[in-house]
Write a protein that binds this ligand. Structure first.
Ligand SMILES: [Fe+2]
Length: 286
């Protein structure tokens, strides 16, 4: 049951155990009627064609070792590259580093002191991601990750820069870039395509929970022009999944555990992080 408030759909229900968003008890808001989604069919067409030629990467393969998954999933069968790398012998690590892009500035005698991959000190190359998957069976949930804006992935500062879409993204996704720029942000610091292959699930995790009492600005909008992504919020104590109803634009408090159900087809969404305009914040706040 959804209560319509100033065109924002605020889901009703018992949200005990969830962390609300923008002053609401509900952890998520549906924005389909507030934002212009009339161009989404055209955007979907452009995005699908553009993704064919885009540089993809993998993300989400270290959610366990970064301690952001619910405890009941911490030991499941999906392998995490943080633990895999930590268990490398020196010889295995040397082989692994031969697959890096160019020269990596690292003290090989002390390599265990570094962090790798997403949010880590040492970026992983495409070949290293493939090797982790092929040899060690690491599970990367988002294999369709495309960076629309380069740069800051730090959760504390990602919204502070107003980044510009690089030429190759602008060239392949012109209408989409224009649309994303038209969203109600003062600035946009982070913007990525999150694609999931058929049968893959998005690992349940939460972001920034350690900052629950001093949260960073967490203004973001997710658009799903295909309208086919099954995102859910999850309460670990109640073992309860709450699926966001079918929609094409939403925001949620990502300090709640969240995940994406497996589906028998590819699907993507685009997440845009920045700072909302005062007007938009007013429109969506409780
Ligand atoms: Fe997340």
């Amino acid at each position: 049951m959804l209560e319509s408030k100033r065109k924002v759909k605020v889901p009703e229900g018992d949200w005990t155990g969830f962390i609300g968003v923008h002053g609401h008890k509900s952890p998520y808001l549906i924005l389909d009627d507030l934002l212009d989604t009339s161009c989404f069919d055209a955007l979907h067409e452009e995005i699908c064609l553009g993704l064919v030629n885009a540089d993809h990467s993998y993300i989400g393969g270290n959610h366990k070792s970064t301690n952001i998954v619910p405890p009941e999933f911490a030991d499941d069968e999906y392998k995490d590259f943080g633990y895999v790398i930590a268990n490398f012998t020196d010889e295995e690590f040397e082989v692994f580093m031969r697959l890096a892009d160019g020269r990596v500035n690292i003290d090989m005698s002390n390599w265990r002191s570094y962090t790798f991959g997403e949010d880590g000190q040492i970026e992983l190359s495409w070949r290293q991601l493939q090797y982790l998957k092929i040899k060690y069976g690491v599970y990367f949930p988002w294999k369709g990750f495309v960076e629309f804006l380069p740069g800051d992935t730090n959760w504390n500062t990602k919204h502070l820069v107003d980044a510009q879409f690089p030429d190759h993204i602008q060239y392949s996704f012109p209408r989409t870039c224009a649309y994303l720029r038209s969203l109600p942000f003062e600035s946009i610091g982070r913007c990525n395509v999150m694609g999931l292959e058929a049968n893959d699930h998005g690992t349940i995790h939460r972001d920034n929970f350690e900052m629950l009492h001093n949260p960073p600005i967490n203004d973001f909008i997710t658009i799903c022009p295909g309208g086919n992504k099954d995102l859910f919020l999850y309460n670990s104590e109640q073992r309860r999944k709450e699926f966001i109803p079918p929609c094409k634009a939403y925001t949620f408090n990502d300090m709640n555990y969240h995940g994406v159900a497996a589906a028998p087809y590819y699907r993507y969404s685009i997440r845009v992080d920045g700072i909302f305009t005062d007007e938009f914040r007013e429109q969506i706040s409780a």
